[in-house]
Design a protein around this ligand. Structure first.
Ligand code: SF4
Ligand code: SF4
Length: 480
């Protein structure tokens, strides 16, 4: 064949035939900003959908490309996106826009949401040393009463009266003035006061439980770190065999009718298999109001991970469905629209004896939460809308009269007198309500600026600042 014949033959083939383009292995969804996990520089990132998962891919000029799993279920992420809605402004911003996010916390005027839930770290000391402590608690500092009061004042200045504060740390119960600090919160005009605790003090000292009951005015809820039902789990997550202590703490708290929520961290190859048992135990144990599941976030002492094989909210929801044999199903969980909808999901159930009825199975919640649907929804029924929006907020507490009203309204229940104490507060006697929340906190791998800017949970400082939860742990804790 001569050279000219061969050229002719090539030209006779259609042009597209010769092109051997490869197709990308993922669908590009959106652009965002993230952090380099090595140098913490703020860098460009994109959100991709690959093999039914959501991946954050980012590039640092000094440390190259990184990818991290955001959600194990892309359908959930895409469905959740439509629940995004405009945030409410805080009453006051504490900083100016100067260096850009995340260096202007906060809250700066570019933050997209007020704080539904404020945390005050009353100490950085602890009575155990969890290898997984997100706060890396090993200090010896304790806020003074005056500093706690200033932090409470900060909260009221930016949020107004009402709302929910959680005392945290470190371990709040070892503060030498724990009772006085508790009284400050109980006397403050809050809807509810929570204590985030490992429970050891409540296990070892039943008198302390009685003391807090006596002053609690039915305003107090305990967030009990409770990760599973074996010493092996606690050895790996908390560095000690604590299962019996946890059960003792629970027994003492429930004996004095102090409402308990479990805060359960789920880590790969440690306790994913206990998720269903935690739900089942919580639902059927009188006095446990709900469970907060938190996929392990790799901040503080949590060390490093395989970023593409981390536990995510959607994996936990699937595990709840599988391990409870459908007591709760995937579709029972809806995103929290006040935060970024990919970060928090929750559901409520009405409990009648052994029967568990997740609310989304008897009322169609979607039209009340979906910002876009609402604009064309024919019957917005404002009472329901207010009640559903009240429940789907990070600042709910079954100790709050409002939450209980909202729950009763959504469930179509009469608000019974026996739900309330003589002071008008919610009583533990209401055993019909249960809530499951999943919060996917961010670390240096999965930090996503658009999620951080919509955060509705923040640390309240005595100096007048309030700093969104994830950003605080990564960049501001211990002086930043
Ligand atoms: S996280 Fe929020 S408060 Fe902090 S700098 Fe960004 S926008 Fe401002
Ligand atoms: S995670 Fe909580 S209990 Fe564990 S060391 Fe940190 S502050 Fe203490």
């Amino acid at each position: 064949m001569t050279e000219s014949t061969s050229k002719l033959q090539r030209r006779e083939q259609p042009l597209w035939f010769e092109k051997q383009r490869k197709r990308r292995d993922a669908i590009f969804l959106e652009t965002t900003r993230s952090l380099c996990s090595t140098c913490l520089a703020v860098i460009d990132a994109k959100i991709l959908m690959r093999n039914s998962q959501i991946i954050l891919r980012k590039w640092c000029r000094d440390h190259g490309f990184e990818e991290v799993l955001i959600h194990s279920d892309a359908d959930w992420y895409l469905r959740a996106a439509k629940y995004n809605r405009p945030g409410d402004l805080p009453l006051r911003f504490s900083t100016k826009v100067k260096d850009g996010c995340p260096f202007d916390c906060g809250l700066c005027p570019e933050h997209e949401q007020h704080l539904c839930l404020g945390l005050i770290d009353i100490t950085n000391a602890c009575n155990i040393q969890c290898p997984t402590c997100y706060a890396d608690s090993r200090g010896t500092d304790y806020l003074t009463l005056a500093q706690v009061q200033k932090a409470l004042d900060t909260y009221f200045t930016i949020e107004g009266q009402g709302g929910v504060i959680q005392y945290s740390g470190g371990e709040p119960t070892i503060h030498p003035q724990f009772i006085e600090i508790l009284k400050l919160g109980i006397q403050a005009p809050l809807d509810s006061l929570m204590v985030n605790t490992n429970g050891i003090a409540f296990a070892d000292n039943p008198d302390l439980v009685k003391q807090i009951k006596d002053i609690s005015d039915d305003k107090l809820e305990i967030y009990l770190q409770f990760d599973g039902f074996s010493d092996e789990v606690y050895q790996k997550l908390r560095g000690a065999k604590l299962y019996r202590k946890k059960m003792q703490a629970l027994e003492n708290l429930l004996k004095y009718e102090i409402p308990v929520n479990f805060a359960s961290t789920i880590k790969r190859n440690v306790n994913e298999d206990q998720i269903g048992a935690l739900v089942d135990f919580g639902v059927h144990t009188s006095g446990i109001r709900g469970i907060h599941f938190q996929p392990a976030a790799y901040v503080g002492r949590f060390g490093s991970l395989d970023p593409l094989n981390r536990v995510t909210n959607t994996e936990i929801i699937h595990a709840i469905e599988d391990q409870t044999e459908g007591m709760f199903r995937m579709n029972d969980f809806l995103p929290l629209p006040c935060s970024h909808p990919s970060q928090i999901a929750l559901t409520y159930a009405y409990i009648q004896g052994k029967k568990v009825k997740p609310i989304p199975r008897f009322i169609d919640i979607e039209p009340y939460l979906d910002q876009f649907t609402n604009t064309i929804y024919a019957d917005p029924r404002p009472i329901y809308k207010r009640a559903v929006e009240g429940l789907w907020s990070a600042g709910t507490s079954f100790n709050s009269l409002k939450t209980l009203y909202d729950f009763s309204c959504v469930c179509g229940l009469p608000v019974k007198k026996e739900f309330f104490s003589s002071n008008g507060r919610a009583k533990i006697a209401n055993e019909n309500a249960f809530r499951i929340i999943l919060i996917q906190f961010q670390d240096k791998y999965n930090w996503d600026m658009k999620v951080a800017r919509k955060s509705c949970i923040g640390f309240i400082q005595p100096d007048g600042k309030a700093i969104p939860f994830d950003t605080y742990n990564l960049l501001y804790r211990n002086g930043g």
